[in-house]
Design a protein around this ligand. Structure first.
Ligand SMILES: N[C@@H](CCC(=O)N[C@@H](CS)C(=O)NCC(=O)O)C(=O)O
Length: 211
């Protein structure tokens, strides 16, 4: 049996989309952040960091959203969510997924949680402005990478796309959201058209704006 532990509108969204793209049965356990269910002993036994997502797949317990995406794509080759191992396309797949989790997602933390890095309201506001500028550069680059293409990889929709969609969604209340960029805007609308993505918003109880 497969179970995804999640909270709505978090880093669990990309794995959640992939599970619905794959179409195999799974249980979704939505933890209540207000009740700190992700810090309870039974959950910490699965994920000692007390964060979501965590995937339980038979005997396997796996956390880190990108690792879960890689595992799901590998475990369900029939869903064609990753290019063949050893191909240049697979290398591009690694590049984008690692970039998204290691650079863009990491800088999102600087933007959303400046108090974790610097003390004082003024310093935090300045820190956040720098983080926002870094994110703008990153999304400009992602927008350029999408120029003339439907999905991030030549071979079609892959696990990279829900991951990018998830991160773009996090910019929706920023001064320059990803949806305002010329290629990312139509791209996000394309991702939203996928039944799996619509099903995720319904299951997580999320309303517009979606990105
Ligand atoms: N690098 C981790 C980050 C996970 C993470 O920080 N999740 C957030 C939600 S987006 C969380 O669980 N926060 C709860 C907390 O820190 O208390 C991943 O990609 O899975």
């Amino acid at each position: 049996m497969t179970t995804l532990y999640a909270m709505p509108s978090t880093a669990a969204m990309a794995p959640h989309i992939l599970l619905r793209e794959i179409g195999a049965p799974f249980d979704l356990v939505l933890l209540d952040r207000d009740k700190a269910e992700h810090k309870r002993a039974d959950y910490l036994a699965l994920n000692p960091h007390g964060r979501v997502p965590t995937l339980v797949d038979g005997d396997l317990v796996l956390y880190e959203a990108a690792a879960i995406c890689l595992h799901l794509a590998d475990a369900h080759p029939e869903a064609r969510l990753a290019p063949a191992v050893g191909t240049p396309e697979r290398a591009a797949f690694y590049k984008w997924l690692v970039y998204l989790t290691n650079s863009v997602q990491a800088d999102m933390l600087l933007y959303f949680y400046p108090e974790r890095y610097v003390e004082g309201a003024d310093a935090q506001a300045a820190f956040r402005r720098v983080a926002e500028a870094r994110l703008n550069d990153q999304f400009d680059g992602l927008d350029r990478a999408l120029d003339g293409r439907e999905w991030m990889l030549d071979g079609g929709y892959s696990a990279v796309d829900p991951y990018l969609f998830m991160l773009c969604r996090w910019t929706r209340f920023m001064r320059r959201p990803a949806r305002s960029l010329p290629n990312l805007g139509p791209y996000l609308a394309r991702v939203l058209e996928r039944p799996a993505v619509k099903a995720v918003f319904a299951a997580e109880g999320l309303a517009a704006p979606y990105f």
